[in-house]
Design a protein around this ligand. Structure first.
Ligand code: TXA
Ligand code: MG
Length: 338
């Protein structure tokens, strides 16, 4: 049985106690719900991979209560410190070289010599991290390859019966995952666009390279295809017209003629659209099944600011499915995204 805990002192204390016992607790952050385990406990971290059916080589983000603790486990250089000061607590994850004395389970690094660290902003997440007193490894609280949860109900839908508890922290305000930036070598490399925009990062540290293909191109690499954010229904991006056999994910004034509509933002507001993206994909997936619609058509979203993170998730949702969910690790830097 998975317990549903309230975000009050009693619920947070219970969640921290479960983490201490090596059990798994899903909890809300400002981005999406995470599936947390004590990051210093190998067995607990291993259980995350089992509960999510996640490939063992796909590393996890480690969450901390404050900047000093987060940067204390990695080789933190000047750029990392400047970004931490500018954006933590908040939706930015930094990939840095592990320090030799780092106590985080090697499983969380997926066999790499780097560690992804982040200090979330959400009140409940911060209270839980403080109360737990240990860093918490947490991927998004969905089964591997599926849409990330942004409410406690979504997290329960994904993982009920597989984990000890869900700490209900309310709906996530940012709604897309954190930006993942690799600072472990000389050039800063964007591994995943997310809640902090590339433009804002470049204002602090200058030019950032991107590991992503240009947004106009569909995803091709098998490693990137396999780990996508997929609803069950087929997704068609950049729709300029829509049919009655399609569900529409609208942005701005909806195209006429769809069988069902979910509007990300009538006012074409990117932050509002990001916060509703995964809920929208889930709703349209359900509607498509109920109404026997063939596809989800998606209206174009501008590729700037938070729009980059939205388009990245939509391209993954639209990528052709590869059988069995198998993935290939790439050589050198780890780029698979999930
Ligand atoms: O907003 C978020 O980032 C959420 C919340 C819960 O914090 N977490 C999240 O975790 O989205 P996950 O595991 O679903 O995505 C983490 C991404 C993956 O693409 C993973 O491959 C990458 O970060 N990653 C983690 N550690 C890494 C490392 N050492 N090197 C390169 N990429 C890494
Ligand atoms: Mg994920």
């Amino acid at each position: 049985m998975t317990e549903l805990l309230r975000p009050d002192a009693v619920g947070i204390a219970r969640a921290a106690a479960l983490l201490h016992q090596g059990l798994l607790v899903a909890f809300g952050t400002e981005t999406v719900y995470g599936l947390g385990a004590d990051a210093t406990n190998d067995c607990a971290v291993a259980a995350i991979f089992t509960a999510k059916e996640r490939p063992w080589f796909n590393p996890l983000i480690c969450h901390y209560a404050d900047d000093d603790a987060a940067l204390g486990d990695v080789v933190a250089h000047d750029q990392a410190r400047r970004l931490a000061t500018a954006f933590w607590p908040g939706p930015l994850t930094l990939v840095l070289t592990r320090r030799p004395d780092c106590a985080i389970s090697r499983l969380a690094s997926g066999g790499l010599d780097t560690l992804a660290v982040r200090v979330p902003e959400h009140r409940v997440a911060r209270s839980l991290l403080r109360e737990a007193g240990v860093p918490v490894a947490a991927p998004s609280a969905n089964r591997s390859g599926r849409v990330s949860p942004t409410t406690a109900d979504h997290a329960l839908d994904e993982l009920s019966g597989r984990i000890a508890a869900v700490l209900d922290s309310g709906p996530c305000t940012v709604g897309v995952e954190s930006t993942v930036l690799d600072l472990s070598s000389s050039t800063p490399l964007l591994l995943r666009p997310g809640g902090v925009t590339v433009e804002a990062i470049e204002d602090v540290i200058g030019k950032v390279e991107s590991a992503m293909p240009p947004s106009s191109e569909p995803l091709r690499s098998p490693g990137m295809l396999a780990l996508h954010y997929a609803p069950r229904t087929h997704v068609r991006c950049s729709a300029i017209s829509v049919g009655p056999n399609e569900a529409l994910l609208a942005f701005g004034t909806p195209l006429p003629g769809a069988g069902f509509v979910f509007n990300l933002s009538e006012k074409s507001d990117l932050a509002a659209a990001a916060s509703r993206l995964f809920t929208g994909l889930r709703k349209l997936d359900e509607a498509a099944a109920d109404l026997r619609l063939e596809r989800i058509a998606v209206m174009p979203v501008p590729d700037q600011g938070l729009g980059r993170a939205i388009n990245d998730r939509l391209r993954r949702a639209a990528a052709p499915r590869v059988g069995g969910g198998s993935v290939s690790a790439d050589n050198g830097r780890h780029r698979s995204l999930e």
